[in-house]
Design a protein around this ligand. Sequence first.
Ligand code: SF4
Length: 67
Amino acid sequence: MEKSYTEKQLRGIAEECQEFEHIINAMGYGYSLLNVSATDYVRRCTDCTHWLGGSCNIFQKEVSQWE
Ligand code: SF4
């Protein structure tokens, strides 16, 4: 079962992360479909291509420092 994380963790880690890539952007549609500009939409790990159900190594490393 997927562990649940707080919104604060999901956003906080994504904001700091250099590897963030939005799943929609990665599909090749660009940021226009997100209805927000690339600079001001909310970055959240669960919307990242590297998330993989919470198994992202960077996320796991970061989140372990939150606890
Ligand atoms: S899912 Fe991983 S790669 Fe994506 S923003 Fe979060 S920590 Fe970074």
